[in-house]
Design a protein around this ligand. Structure first.
Ligand code: SF4
Ligand code: SF4
Length: 429
């Protein structure tokens, strides 16, 4: 279907239509918007984008490459939703508009590569596993650093992309490494990029849950959550992945999703099934059982309080945008770290996105690096001994930024911290 016809269909979606019309152009969202911060252009602000969507809806604007360009520059952090007095459902509008806007000529080649990667690799666990193994080998041979060095003068943006790429930590994790236990109280989503690049984080999550008393199962038939597909406008593919996960996590168990971005994508599964009441109901049922590792372990951590104090005590908390702006889980990471014996440093309220944002850092490396630099200045100003996050994308990008600055500062996922403080893994935390 061409973009004009797809946008015409969106006019029949009352949530989309009312959402667009609800914007009162007050501009309260503008200063919180990281894309406005880097591009300094009204069309790259939430207000500007919603007004463009309204103009398309009222047939005053063509859904062209210009609209695509400005939608591509949105990080999907949803800080705008957090402050909007008119409750504009910005995330809903963005996902639908991206899906309606098929790649235009100027971005077709780049987007076909992204789409190929998402549909052929991220959606298939064994391909994620072997791609991560290959990346691990390239990094072990330092070929990535060689390529970045060679490209720095001729193609600086390509060099930057390589420098910001995730560094594989530990062997990639496969669902078959853990058991599938029918009737277990907790099931774990291992994710796609997270299981490939941060295999050790998945192992730490399972150990942390088990050590705090949960019986854990890793369903073998689970999928990628579909967040990256959704943000790339691949709504049908995201829906299919959602169906797979609804089946895989069927039952009564609590479902631990330790990546904040994946958890948010799964919380939004019901909105993918408008017009399919049975699937929508099953999606709602799953949403009611989603938990973070912080929630699941927090109440059961009494034993850890007796452990010796951590070697690196000053921990800086990085709350991912999704947790802060949409899921409203503010302060939970901080509380848990204090419970575990840390002195906690925080970033200023609404410090902003680190620049990771799904595929944003790969597609817009210069803007991502500008945002990351601002965040790292704040991090360094607080002189922590450890940075703790709860989203793999943020963890990997902050780690890459510190590496570029030559700073030796560990960046851990909260599950790694819980694991180490309850007797597993390395002792440094
Ligand atoms: S989602 Fe984030 S980047 Fe996108 S418009 Fe809203 S505040 Fe700006
Ligand atoms: S805060 Fe909400 S109502 Fe105000 S300009 Fe932004 S999107 Fe529109």
């Amino acid at each position: 279907m061409n973009p004009k016809a797809s946008f015409a269909r969106l006019k029949e979606d009352p949530e989309y239509q009312n959402g667009v019309m609800r914007c009162i152009r007050c501009s309260i969202c503008v200063p919180r918007c990281p894309s406005y911060r880097v591009y300094q252009n009204e069309a790259d602000s939430p207000r500007g984008r919603v007004q463009m969507l309204r103009a398309v809806m009222e047939d005053r604007l063509e859904p062209s490459s210009n609209l695509e360009h400005h939608l591509d520059r949105c990080l999907g952090c949803r800080a705008c939703e957090d402050v909007c007095p008119s409750a504009v459902p910005y995330g809903y509008l963005l996902d639908r508009a991206r899906s309606a806007l098929q790649p235009t000529e100027h971005a077709r080649a780049r987007k076909s590569v992204v789409r190929w990667g998402l549909t052929r690799i991220a959606a298939t666990p064994w391909r994620v596993y072997w791609s991560a193994q290959l990346l691990r080998l390239v990094q072990a041979l330092r070929l990535d650093r060689l390529a970045a060095w060679a490209l720095r003068k001729v193609r600086p943006s390509a060099a930057l992309r390589i420098e910001l790429a995730p560094r594989v930590r530990g062997a990639p994790f496969r669902a078959s490494e853990a058991e599938e236990k029918p009737g277990a109280a907790v099931q774990v989503l291992i994710g796609c990029v997270a299981s490939g690049v941060l295999g050790d984080v998945q192992r730490a999550t399972i150990r942390a849950l088990e050590r705090t008393g949960a019986e854990v199962s890793v369903p073998a038939s689970q999928n990628c959550c579909g967040a990256l597909h959704l943000h790339a406008g691949l709504m049908d593919e995201a829906r299919e992945l959602a169906r797979g996960n609804i089946e895989a996590f069927d039952g009564e168990a609590e479902v631990c999703v330790n990546a904040a971005g994946c958890r948010l994508a799964m919380r939004e599964y019901p909105s993918l099934f408008d017009g399919e009441p049975t699937w929508q109901e099953r999606a709602r049922q799953l949403v009611g059982r989603l938990r973070s590792v912080t929630e699941l372990t927090g109440a059961r951590l009494n034993g850890a309080a007796t452990a010796p104090p951590p070697t690196r005590r000053r921990a800086l908390v990085h709350e991912p945008c999704h947790e802060f702006n949409v899921q409203k889980e503010r302060g939970k990471l901080e509380a848990l770290l204090r419970q575990l014996g840390y002195e906690v440093e925080t970033l200023p309220r609404g410090a902003g996105c680190c620049g990771s944002a799904g595929l944003f850092s790969a597609l817009q490396p210069k803007a991502a690096s500008d945002l990351l630099d601002r965040l790292l200045d704040d991090v360094q100003g607080r002189a922590p001994e450890l940075v703790v996050s709860s989203n793999p994308g943020c963890q990997l990008l902050i780690e890459a930024g510190l590496r570029r600055r030559g700073i030796d500062l560990p960046v851990l996922d909260i599950s790694e911290v819980i694991d180490r403080r309850t007797g597993g893994g390395e002792a440094e935390a």
